[in-house]
Design a protein around this ligand. Structure first.
Ligand code: MN
Length: 344
């Protein structure tokens, strides 16, 4: 855990200061649209739900844009979407096109890179855009002056917990707290990594508000077949420079989550980082890279060189690499041994 006794206070203060911008933009717009990254995960859907509560408190019924095909989302994420539908309007990008006006506000949640949402190419249609995220910025970050992008925080769900608290917003439906807890668990691998003092405070606060821990445990229960596949990726890993485990797998196909879980798992070993590349059912490669709290390897940089992917310094992924496994393996080795470096 990152130990800086002031960290929770700094985080709360930064979020508190942002409220002015958020409140002002919510008041001045005619409609609010919320969007997260495509392929919604627990952190994204939980934070969309919580931000919708914030909008409602400011008397703006938000439209939540979700363009994913339900088949591409986990059963649990689909259940969360159904729950949020009881209170809020969820729409596709086409439906957004039919409802937009000249004075709309867009809030992007758990994402800051333009190409990662279903609204790519449409950002100029909004009068104002607010980014609310915890991933690092780069040249693909959506252009706007209004953004709260934090690095010293586990997840967007943690940011939303503090935002709700500071606005004094409570929900009678405790599902919203359960979802936020699931979001924090996802981005910290069940509090095993990337957690801060403020994260533990948020977890305690959410449980106190009625978040259902046993339901969150169920969300994360392992599927036997899938977990065996994750471990096949772990089994094929080799240490590079003694400190980075690299696994590139050409056999079988894997889901994005399985690839990420294998990288997460390998951090249990004495190492500085883990990088896993494996084939998806679309026929290309997805890569997940994970580092430890003290980032000795430069995960974000490695992924940037590999495919312009990104995340934060210790947690990154990129998808859709159309190369063969040997080329990807060689490229990763070249980057780790500084034969290939970042060109600005
Ligand atoms: Mn997240």
């Amino acid at each position: 855990m990152k130990t800086n006794e002031k960290q929770p206070d700094i985080l709360k203060q930064t979020i508190n200061e942002f409220r002015g911008t958020l409140t002002k933009n919510l008041k001045e717009c005619s409609q609010v649209f919320l969007v997260a990254h495509e392929k919604l995960d627990f952190d994204a859907i939980a934070s969309l739900g919580a931000m919708a509560l914030v909008c409602k408190r400011h008397k703006k019924a938000p439209y939540i844009i979700i363009n994913d095909n339900p088949q591409d989302l986990s059963e649990e994420v689909n259940e969360m979407i159904d729950k949020i539908k009881e209170k809020f309007i969820i729409m596709s990008v086409d439906e957004y096109e039919n409802s937009r006006t000249e004075n709309d506000l867009l809030i992007t949640i758990d994402v800051n890179k333009g190409f990662k949402t279903s609204l790519d190419g449409k950002y100029k249609q909004f009068k104002n855009i607010i980014i609310f995220d915890h991933h690092s910025e780069d040249e693909n970050t959506i252009k706007t002056k209004n953004k709260l992008i934090l690095s010293n925080v586990s997840s967007c769900s943690e940011m939303m917990y503090y935002l709700l608290k500071q606005y004094n917003i409570t929900s009678s439906d405790s599902s919203y707290y359960t979802f936020l807890l699931a979001g924090i668990y996802l981005d910290t691998n069940k509090l095993n990594k990337n957690k801060f003092v403020s994260t533990l405070e948020a977890v305690a606060g959410l449980i106190n508000k009625g978040a259902d821990q046993s339901m969150v445990d169920d969300y994360f229960a392992l599927d036997f077949e899938s977990d065996r596949k994750v471990h096949s990726l772990v089994d094929s890993a080799v240490p590079v420079n003694m400190t980075v485990f690299v696994s590139v797998c050409d056999d079988f196909t894997f889901t994005k989550e399985e690839i990420a879980k294998a990288a997460d798992y390998m951090l249990n070993y004495k190492c500085d980082a883990a990088i896993v590349a494996a084939k998806t059912k679309e026929g290309n490669y997805d890569v997940s890279a994970r580092g430890k709290i003290v980032d000795k390897v430069g995960i974000d940089n490695i992924m940037y060189i590999l495919n312009g992917g990104g995340g934060n310094t210790i947690n990154a992924s990129c998808s859709s690499i159309y190369k063969d496994g040997d080329d990807i393996r060689n490229e990763i080795l070249d980057i780790l041994t500084f034969k290939k470096i970042r060109k600005e």
